[in-house]
Design a protein around this ligand. Sequence first.
Ligand code: B12
Length: 210
Amino acid sequence: MTELLVQALVEMKEAEALQIAKELLDQGVAPLDILESCSKAMEEVGRRFEKGIYFLPHLMMAGEMLRQISDMIKPLIHEQQTINQGGKVLIGTVEGDIHDIGKNIVVFLLEANGFQVRDIGINQKPSKFVEAIREFQPKVVGMSGLLTLAFDSMKKTVEAIKEAGLRETVRIVIGGGVVTEKIKEYSGADAYAPDAMAGVRLCKQWIRGE
Ligand code: B12
């Protein structure tokens, strides 16, 4: 059944994809497993885009389907919420990049795990991250980026945080599509998280002081 979801998403069958996602949830399939299928489908959509089989409207449609499935799943994750004080996490998509579906998943998983999250949104300049750190005083800063050009934006943001004298006050985690361990080294961040749950686990460790 999750295979059918991947297929419907890849083939841009919006109504069918939403229906299957709903049925899977009704059957008790874990929300995170559904998200994993969505990520798998997005990889194929991305591949078709690269090959010139799909175009921008397809990416937009894929984004829209994903947003609707995320909205469907969100309340279910909140239902499992544990009331504990996780700590403060600031998050945003770096300059030049407007992808935010993955970031939004990270936000709601963090909130579901009791973290106080400030989401500064998409296409955020390094100075905006610095400003928000001063104001919100988070323990963790998360940066999201799906474009190759986001690597430089991440690096510039880490540098700006350093120049502002705030680097020692925060731990920095990066994530999103093509980000890897190598980009962590390149950008000067403290960690890279391959998926949202890995990000949540890291935040928990850091806030516990590990
Ligand atoms: C949907 C989509 C769009 C939508 C985005 C809608 C939205 N609101 O986000 C729209 C149509 C707007 C779009 C636009 C573009 N896109 Co686009 N897009 C995609 C697509 C198909 C899916 C992205 C997605 O949502 N994936 C699903 C989510 C759940 O995955 P995720 O973001 O990786 O997040 C997970 C983890 O990485 C992690 N995570 C993410 N962020 C963070 C942050 C932290 C702190 C942590 C801990 C974890 C974490 O948690 C999530 C859940 O586990 C990808 C293909 C792909 N393979 O990803 C292309 C893709 C990212 N896009 C691409 C391109 C080229 C573009 C455009 C430049 C196209 C154009 N010609 O205009 C523009 C860019 C505009 C800009 N300036 O940003 C390329 C990027 C290539 C590159 N290497 O640079 C891709 C890879 C497609 C491809 N294969 O060519 N796109």
